[in-house]
Design a binder for this molecule. Sequence first.
Ligand SMILES: [Zn+2]
Length: 101
Amino acid sequence: MADICPKCGLPKEICVCDILDRETNRRIKVYTEKKKFRKFMTIVEGLTGEELDKTTKELKHVLACGGTSKNGVIELQGNHKNNVKKALLSMGYQEDVIEVS
Ligand SMILES: [Zn+2]
């Protein structure tokens, strides 16, 4: 039997209550870093646990790029600064917690 969220009544797999709850005291930072050989990496900071894994997978899919996550930091290959915010918004993150610098 699937776990049902007591808040919204949806199965936990598709419920975003946890994400919304955590929005209040969180910042998601998005910035780019130039790595060796002049390659850009797009860094997304501020996510943890299951959410980190889920979001990494989703971003790699949406942006069609390679990437990894560790220690609360997502590293995406290439410069996706302009698209990451849009992608995060479509995943249910709130605009005012996303800081693009
Ligand atoms: Zn819910």
